[in-house]
Design a protein around this ligand. Structure first.
Ligand SMILES: *Cc1c(COP(=O)(O)O)cnc(C)c1O
Length: 316
């Protein structure tokens, strides 16, 4: 299991490739919620538009020389796919991203533009995933998975280290939760630095896969429903090894947000702060604005995780 020393090592390793993002204060959100302050860490400003570059950089820049020669493979069309493509390019490592034929060509082109090769295969995400396994076996590519990997978890955890440096008095962390790499990494760092901090995971009502898995005591699969927070969709993996136990052991509390909470928060960030944020990014702010997280009198910090919203409207 990754620990604080791994998060510290990650911070050193990825420093040349990621941004130390600003932490801005929202007086408006503090007023509405009764918190002493609401601090937003603008991870959406990272190269490729999300924090996912942190985990991808930590994994890719930890590869052995032999693994670098083999190249890496993944199958995400979203923020992780972009981050892997970009960081593999920086490392001079060959990267393959498997996509189904249903993925619009401009998305595939965006991944290629960052340096990866795309393998277009089959009519579904499942078919693309099968192709990913096949190519991995055939060519010996190294998998770079989106969350259930100690290096990826430690990389995402570096956000919490920066928050403690930028705002040492922070006593609550609110973190969007899907596969749990972000929450697990931040919680490991936060707990070890300040045992009294409260760490709260924010899941979406339409797809609370980690919550249902915690309740069941093992990974469960849920039907996917449409959500504004599309970056939070997807399961936690049938063979989850890291994020489920880490979230179980290190996270204090969980909150569910609705589609309306997400919309309100996306709108709030635009109107009050001039920020364009994607739905997944709005989960923590949405919980605060809806009065769902207990933050009265507290100094609260949250990562604003990504800005890749509405790209389906961009012409090819
Ligand atoms: C991946 C992602 C998340 C959730 O991270 P997990 O490690 O899967 O829990 C949140 N917001 C954005 C924008 C993401 O891309």
């Amino acid at each position: 299991m990754p620990g604080l020393q791994d998060v510290r090592a990650a911070a050193k390793r990825i420093q040349p490739y990621v941004m130390r993002t600003p932490l801005i204060s929202s007086a408006q959100a503090a007023d509405i919620s009764g918190a002493a302050s609401i601090l937003m860490k603008l991870e959406m400003l990272q190269p490729t538009g999300s924090f996912k570059v942190r985990g991808a950089a930590n994994r890719i820049f930890s590869l052995t020389e032999e693994e670098k020669k083999r190249g890496v493979i993944t199958f995400s069309t979203g923020n992780h796919g972009r981050a892997v493509s970009y960081m593999a390019g920086k490392a001079g490592v060959r990267a393959v991203v498997c996509l189904s034929k249903r993925v619009p060509e401009y998305r595939a082109a965006a991944i290629r533009a960052l340096g990866a090769e795309t393998e277009i295969w089959g009519d579904s995400q499942d078919a693309a995933e099968e192709r990913y396994f096949k190519l991995m076996e055939e060519h010996g590519y190294v998998p770079v998975v989106p969350f259930d990997d100690p290096y990826v978890i430690a990389g995402q955890g570096t956000i919490a280290l920066e928050i403690f440096e930028q705002a040492p008095g922070t006593d609550v962390l609110l973190v969007p939760l899907s596969g749990g790499g972000l929450l697990a990494g931040m919680a490991i760092a936060a707990r070890n630095i300040n045992p009294n901090i409260r760490v709260i995971g924010i899941s979406i009502e339409n797809s609370p896969v980690m919550l249902k898995s915690l309740e069941a005591g093992h990974p469960v699969e849920l039907e996917e429903s449409d959500t504004l927070a599309d970056s939070l969709l997807g399961g936690i993996g049938k063979h989850n090894r890291y994020t489920l136990p880490l979230v179980r052991d290190f996270v204090d509390d969980h909150v569910l947000v609705t589609e309306d909470d997400l919309k309100q928060a996306v709108y709030f960030a635009f109107v009050n702060h001039g920020l364009i944020i994607e739905g997944a990014s709005a989960a923590a702010l949405g919980a605060v604005l809806a009065g769902k997280a207990d933050v009265a009198g507290k100094q609260v910090a949250m990562p604003v995780t990504g800005h890749n919203i509405g790209r389906t409207a961009v012409p090819e």
